[in-house]
Design a binder for this molecule. Structure first.
Ligand code: NAD
Length: 274
């Protein structure tokens, strides 16, 4: 029987964009449950190293790899380094993402393209490499285990803005809306390979990406109006849901989006209106 505490023992996980925020929490949490973790950063090596050090200090196993998820060769190198170091891959948390906000009338092609490149094309590149590796591993198994359980798990980081329109952030909302159909389509295609693909869609989570909102008391008060549960989420709220989706406990869950949003998608404006 698997130790319930170390449910990811002998499993290898890549968490993209784990130098900060939600990705960092996912990397630390998966490592605390026994996974060998590849911590990925794009440009901030110092922050990436902090995630690595936190995992190692807690007795976990991890390596640090630089890669910009929107560059094909760097993504390939990230997966190659993972396999050459740990020998296999079991979990991809495709988390890296960013915002380049602007009113639509003023949005530049560069702002549009950067967000699509990282948030959507980055997902394509990472998920494709992960799926190729999962299939390869299955083909090379000498004695198949004939297990009914998934041989590879992919969790994509989406957002409530895959369903909630967001004026002033159309590049971001379009990228997250795109993740929804991308995730469902590859889930349908990869399920026969026993690869599970799901998304998590956080609401407002306290990280550097939205510091401008939660660090301003007025904006924070306005934000709470949008959250029936009346608190901002933590990166750990998301990490625990990601760990569940990466675990065998959710083995029959495939092609789903799990909203981790304190009820933000419940249209709270309608609670006493409409
Ligand atoms: P964050 O800014 O703290 O973290 C983003 C991470 O992505 C960083 O580690 C950054 O280095 C990395 N990254 C950015 N561009 C990259 C690239 N080209 N290649 C590799 N890594 C890159 O913000 P966060 O809130 O932790 O965001 C993580 C994910 O969660 C994003 O996909 C974001 O859209 C999503 N999300 C966040 C919230 C929220 O409220 N914080 C809500 C919904 C969805």
């Amino acid at each position: 029987m698997t130790d319930p505490i170390l449910k990811f023992k002998n499993q290898v996980a890549i968490v993209t964009g784990s130098s900060s925020g939600i990705g960092k929490a996912c990397a630390v949490h998966l490592a605390s449950l026994g996974a060998k973790v590849v911590v990925n950063y794009s440009s901030n090596e110092e922050e990436g190293k902090k995630t690595l050090d936190e995992i190692l200090a807690a007795g976990g196993e991890a390596i640090l790899v630089q890669a910009d998820v929107s560059h094909e060769e760097e993504v390939k190198a990230l997966f190659n380094q993972t396999i050459s170091h740990f020998g296999r891959l079991d979990i991809l948390v495709s988390n890296a993402g960013l915002q380049k906000d602007a009113p639509f009338l003023e949005m530049t092609l560069q702002q549009w393209q950067k967000v699509i490149d990282v948030n959507l094309t980055g997902q394509f590149l990472c998920c494709r490499e992960a799926a190729r590796q999962f299939v390869l591993q299955e083909e090379n198994v000498e004695e198949p285990q004939h297990s009914e359980l998934a041989v590879g798990k992919i969790i994509l980081m989406s957002s409530v803005h895959d369903v909630i329109p967001w004026a002033g952030h159309v590049n971001y909302a379009a990228s997250k809306g795109g993740i929804m159909m991308f995730m469902k389509s590859i889930s349908q295609e990869l399920a026969p390979h026993k690869i599970r693909v799901n998304s998590v869609s956080p609401g407002a989570i306290k990280t550097p990406i939205n510091k401008e909102v939660w660090s301003d008391p007025e904006k924070y008060k306005d934000l709470l109006q949008l959250i029936p549960y009346k608190r901002i989420g933590t990166p750990q709220d998301v990490a625990k849901a990601v760990a569940w989706l990466a675990s065998d406990d959710s083995d029959y869950v495939n092609g789903e989006t799990l909203y981790i949003d304190g009820g933000m998608t419940l249209y709270p404006e309608f609670a006493d209106n409409g």
